[in-house]
Design a protein around this ligand. Structure first.
Ligand code: SAM
Length: 123
């Protein structure tokens, strides 16, 4: 696949565009397995701050042990409220990876908060 269209290629371009400042405040609105958050942390300085959100209960287990990141299990629809609660007045960048993760598909349940349902048709 052309690297421009691969998810890794798109991710790299998104991170380049955000152009992190070492002490800025960033948001990963869809933490998932934490791949993008880990990329952001690599680019952030010691004083940088990353607020990560995901509504999936399994996401919390992937949060890296790093004091610059604060994970919240919740819907990014309420991002503004959460950030206000944490005392954040402005952010330098927000990343939202709105694809569907393979983990979500693998463990999809009918009553899932994703609102999606998979039906496997065999034979
Ligand atoms: C494609 S995955 C993100 C993968 C992630 N960027 C990574 O590097 O592992 C999308 C994630 O968005 C989450 N999600 C979808 N809608 C959401 C919403 N409204 N609020 C919070 N999280 C949401 C899903 O639970 C899923 O984990």
């Amino acid at each position: 696949m052309n690297d421009n269209l691969s998810s890794a290629g798109i991710a790299q371009r998104s991170h380049r565009r955000i152009g992190y400042s070492g002490f800025g405040t960033y948001v990963d609105a869809t933490f998932g397995g934490g791949g993008h958050s880990r990329e952001i942390l690599k680019r952030l300085g010691k004083k940088g701050r990353l607020y990560a959100f995901d509504q999936d209960e399994d996401a919390a287990a992937q949060v890296p042990d790093d004091k610059r990141i604060l994970f919240t299990r919740g819907n990014f629809r309420f991002l503004e409220n959460y950030l206000r609660f944490y005392g954040v007045k402005e952010v330098n960048g927000i990343l939202a990876d709105l694809g569907v993760s393979s983990i979500t598909l693998m463990f999809l349940k009918e009553d899932s908060v994703t609102g999606m349902m998979l039906r496997w048709i065999c034979g």
